[in-house]
Write a new protein. Sequence first.
Length: 329
Amino acid sequence: MNRNNTLAVTKASQLLVTQLGKRLFTTPTFTGSTNSGPFNISQGTTLGTARLLTIHSQKYNTHAPSGSDKKDDTETKAVSSYWGVAPPSHTKADGSAWKWNCFRPWEAYEADTTIDVKKHHNPVTWNDKIAFGIVQALKYPTSLYFKRKHIHHAVLLETVAAVPGMVGGMLLHTKSLRRFEQSGGWIKALLEEAENERMHLMTFIDVYNPKWHERALVFAVQGVFFNAYFLAYLASPKLAHRITGYLEEEAVNSYTEFLNDLEKGVMEDIPAPAIAIDYWCLPQNSTLKDVVRVIRADEAHHRDLNHYASDIQCQGHELKEYPAPIGYH
Ligand SMILES: [Fe+2]
Ligand SMILES: [Fe+2]
């Protein structure tokens, strides 16, 4: 390779590293929330949403048209309306404007906090024991790493927890297409679970902004976990659902520890993020404690849903034969 080629390769590598670094580990900020607590580093920042906004603003010019901006007129219309139809504006029950685009008023719900948070599926069969063993093997290094840093733990946990529903939903979706058959609502149930988990993450990043090394860890864990779970679901959906059932049991346990520390005053309680108040229809004076309580209830629901999905298949049936528990929200 001559000197010119070497220089070109070096320049290209530098450009790639710079662009990848920016995309993966930067924290774009926009103000979408009014919350500010002691853990709040960047107000209302959601990496995914902010990245979308960045792309959006690159693609379209969102500023108001002026005389010299006539050529941007078409692009501006594309942003401010949907094929000429003005986007509907939503209001809350008190008449104030709805400020979230990531979810709408009809997606808000009241979590069932009466759900049993101590339920445990006893591992009896080989399928159960393998799933339980995998989750226990994952649990100990995680507990050692985070100890009692509950918010850090929750942020990283939610980035993993939002994967199984999406992978399972996607594979059931493609199966439904391949076999020309209904899914019994299970695609929707699993995608609802994935979305709900992602909203947990969107809530926690309102109170804690992960450090660069935590973002790097999430990147690596996602690469491994997504592919491992994808293969596990292809090979044995009943094993994959059982693994998720046990992962959810551990999520319930870690939120119980989180809640205990908040109740004992080991951790300072702070006002609930605005996004959480609107998503779970919480009272305005709610605190982090209330948020953890509703998230724990969600995790208990995911636990039951996944153990149920595994039970159906362990008994030799297909998921589509039993109606999926949708509409929980
Ligand atoms: Fe979650
Ligand atoms: Fe969950």
